[in-house]
Design a protein around this ligand. Structure first.
Ligand SMILES: Nc1ncnc2c1ncn2[C@@H]1O[C@H](COP(=O)(O)OP(=O)(O)OP(=O)(O)O)[C@@H](O)[C@H]1O
Length: 291
């Protein structure tokens, strides 16, 4: 398979007062152009650390990352990052926040073209009527819509999303999953996203990468999600295959993620998962039935 992103033998060791903590070890993953990959695993296993190394925001201790044939050595506009909370500048409007990056990336385009790009993405994410409001005048969901618009407007080669819907209520979460996947499909982006939510992963992904629990977390299993696109949530929930895949994911998270050789390391194991998978499913079902 030809890879767009190649993560090879990736490792991360953090210095701690008790000595070096091996967080991620021998993490190998190849992602094709246009794929949507989610990373799932127990809280504290190292998902964000992997994403952050791909974003170039955290140094790599071992191994390497190659994006579109070029080694990742730091952050850059070829990777659009969306975090749980979209760091917007509070004194600028949503429009100006997105324009800030667009001005840098499309510096050869004229002003009207740049404004058109910003307006287009803010409208597509549903902020057409609120684009001239400041972050303090926007709801959490609207701010996250702005963060998504900003990431896509910069036309990155790859989208990196770290639990982008983690702070949203279930209805908004479901709405924004749809916004994200529609944009991803339209712009034909390659995406790597961290999530705790198995239903979110099943709805969005081409493949779900299950990470083993730390210390020294790595790729445990990879699940292929072959539901046709565009996906309808209703159809997924009526498909027995959905529940089989869901069982497999939960089974891995409950048991198999721990079944790896014990490795003495000075790091404490992470805290228990913040969101139970069963409750994530209930939230999704509630969102459906109340939508
Ligand atoms: N700068 C750092 N220095 C030392 N340890 C760190 C640092 N950053 C993260 N860690 C540790 O690395 C481990 C993995 O953290 P990370 O945030 O990548 O996990 P995660 O799987 O994304 O967690 P969650 O699902 O809770 O967001 C944790 O034990 C964390 O405490």
């Amino acid at each position: 398979m030809s890879s767009f992103l190649e993560i090879s033998q990736l490792g991360k060791v953090y210095p701690t007062p008790k000595g070096p903590a091996v967080i991620v070890e021998n993490f190998d993953l190849r992602i094709r152009k246009g794929e949507f990959i989610t990373l799932i695993g127990h809280s504290g296993c190292g998902k964000s650390t992997v994403l952050s190394m791909v974003a170039g925001l955290t140094d790599v201790t071992q191994g390497g990352i190659v994006l579109a044939g070029k080694e990742v050595t730091g952050a850059g506009p070829d990777r659009g990052v969306v975090f749980q909370a979209p760091c917007l500048l509070p004194w600028l409007t949503a429009f100006e926040n997105v324009l800030l990056g667009v001005d840098q990336v499309y510096y050869t385009a004229d002003v009207a073209e740049r404004r058109q790009i910003v307006e287009y993405y803010l409208t597509v994410v549903g902020l057409g009527d609120a684009m001239h409001q400041k972050p303090s005048e926007l709801s959490q969901g609207m701010r996250q819509r702005c963060g998504i618009a900003r990431a896509f407007a910069l036309s990155p080669k790859m989208l990196l999303l770290d639990e982008p819907f983690g702070m949203l209520d279930s209805l908004t979460r479901v709405e924004l999953q749809q916004v994200l996947i529609d944009l991803w499909q339209k712009d034909q982006k390659t995406a790597l996203m961290v999530t705790h939510d198995v239903d979110e992963a099943l709805f969005l992904s081409d493949r779900i990468v299950m990470m083993t629990s730390g210390p020294a977390a790595t790729v445990g299993e990879i699940l292929e999600i072959k539901f046709p696109r565009p996906r309808s949530r209703k159809q997924l929930l009526e498909d027995p295959e959905y529940y089989r895949l869901r069982e497999e994911l939960i089974g891995f998270l409950n048991e198999r993620s721990h079944h790896r050789p014990a490795r003495p390391a000075p790091t404490p194991s992470g805290p228990p998962p913040q969101r139970g998978n069963a409750s994530a499913f209930s939230r999704l079902m509630t969102a459906f039935t109340t939508a």
